[in-house]
Design a protein around this ligand. Structure first.
Ligand SMILES: Cc1cc2nc3c(=O)[nH]c(=O)nc-3n(C[C@H](O)[C@H](O)[C@H](O)COP(=O)(O)OP(=O)(O)OC[C@H]3O[C@@H](n4cnc5c(N)ncnc54)[C@H](O)[C@@H]3O)c2cc1C
Length: 389
């Protein structure tokens, strides 16, 4: 009988095993030939481990801040960085993103494997768990070839995206009562076809959706929208809902109007589009497209009517779009849905109905924004499962 079995050797399972007491009899089981297949491709192969910044703002970047708060506070971004650094995995900050200094995600996986080896925990590869059954005596962990018994189990099988990395959601669907799995951190197709011509164009925007707003880059690919603000909003928005883009987020509507009116006094013969290019950071192709939509392409400042200026500014500051479709689940970066937070005690990550079974990482229904939040949650939840409150 094992003291602990960890099913799934991805980010959260590896962290749990690397911290499980060496005095315990521990087994880790992974269906792939190797550990950390998804971890190895995170952050474009550089692994965005977490994000620097105030932990108060941090928890608001998850779809369920109140569930996440104590988990993240107990093992926050600073503690995670300190954990890696003090054990020899150096990190660095790139913008606000924390990545391994080697800029190689595989080093994070190798780091964990060494820590697990030091503790002497056993690992089985190429063994898919097909069922888990708990009775009063023990928990039975069943693969095609074997059946294991343990006192405690950590379920770390991930979500249901990028199925080629191993996380397919099959086992969680079988053994838990889960909320529906949906694509999250996903590019989005929109109803309006306005941006078809802007392939490869990227710009800084403020995206507004209901009471939420996200600042950052948007990428026009020609057929769909991508980039961090689109990925983040995809965690919340539903099909058919509208959102707006502010293409000149650094200036308010009044500031923009005033600036254009002032320019009209000194540069009356200049074309409106030339002036807008001077006073905004918008790519020319995007600006041209919007100016064309309001038929002001050849208008000089001297001829600009107040109502036309208002119409243009409305487009530049509140360009309205409708979500048509997200990427299919398998192609999204993470999956929303999974084991319900209401079924988990966030002091221990254990199921409320059976405190011997803990659930960590992306298998839990919540998701975080782009930029290291999902790995931080995978590590913090695994920390919570091992060390409790
Ligand atoms: C392309 C890409 C880039 C990403 N980049 C980032 C990033 O830079 N920063 C960030 O914070 N997040 C990123 N993410 C999200 C992040 O990788 C995941 O949220 C995180 O890996 C989840 O960790 P996990 O341990 O829950 O699951 P996983 O890492 O998916 O691990 C689950 C493991 O369980 C195994 N498993 C599944 N079922 C079974 C079974 N029945 N039996 C045995 N083993 C099983 C799987 O093979 C897998 O190894 C990225 C995701 C993708 C797809």
């Amino acid at each position: 009988m094992y003291d602990l079995i960890v099913v799934g050797l991805g980010a959260s399972g590896l962290f749990a095993l690397a911290n499980a007491d060496k005095k315990l009899n521990v087994l880790g089981i992974e269906k792939n030939k190797i550990a950390g297949r998804k971890l190895n491709i995170t952050g474009g192969g550089r692994c965005n481990i977490t994000k620097v910044g105030d932990i108060k703002d941090f928890v608001n970047s998850y779809t369920d801040p109140s569930f996440v708060r104590p988990i993240i506070h107990a093992f926050n971004n600073e503690k995670l960085i300190e954990y890696f650094e003090s054990r020899g995995l150096n990190t660095m900050v790139d913008g606000e993103r924390v990545i391994p200094k080697s800029e190689n995600a595989k080093d994070v996986t190798q780091f964990f494997l060494k820590e697990i080896e030091k503790r002497g925990h056993k690992l089985h590869f190429e063994e898919e768990i097909i069922d888990i059954k708990a009775d009063d005596e023990s928990i039975k962990v069943i693969s095609k070839a074997s059946e294991y018994e343990c006192k405690k189990l950590i379920f770390a099988c991930g979500g249901a995206t990028y199925v080629e990395t191993g996380s397919d959601g099959k086992l969680m669907k079988k053994i838990f009562d889960i909320s529906p799995l949906e694509p999250a951190l996903s590019p989005m197709y929109i109803e309006e076809s306005s941006f078809d011509s802007l392939k490869g164009v990227t710009t800084n925007v403020k995206l507004n959706y209901g009471k939420m707003s996200f600042k950052g880059n948007i990428l026009f690919t020609g057929s769909y929208l991508s980039g961090p603000v689109i990925m983040d909003i995809s965690n919340y928005i539903q099909l058919g809902e509208k959102f707006t883009l502010d293409f000149i987020p650094k200036k308010t509507i009044d500031e923009l109007k005033l600036e254009i009116k002032e320019k009209a006094k000194t540069d009356a013969k200049k074309l409106l589009k030339t002036v807008l290019l001077e006073i905004s950071d918008m790519p020319e192709s995007l600006l041209k497209l919007i100016i064309n939509e309001v038929n002001l392409e050849n208008v000089k400042l001297a001829d600009l009517k107040s109502k036309d200026l208002n119409l243009l500014i409305e487009k530049l500051k509140k360009y309205t779009l409708t979500l048509k479709e997200k990427f299919p689940l398998e192609k999204a970066i993470v999956s929303k849905g999974g084991v319900k937070v209401e079924d988990i005690d966030n002091k221990t990550m254990a199921l409320k109905k059976d405190n011997r079974i803990m659930v960590v990482g992306e298998a839990i229904e919540l998701v975080g924004n782009c930029g290291g939040y999902n790995l931080q949650f995978a590590f913090s939840s695994a920390h919570r499962a091992i060390f409790g409150k």
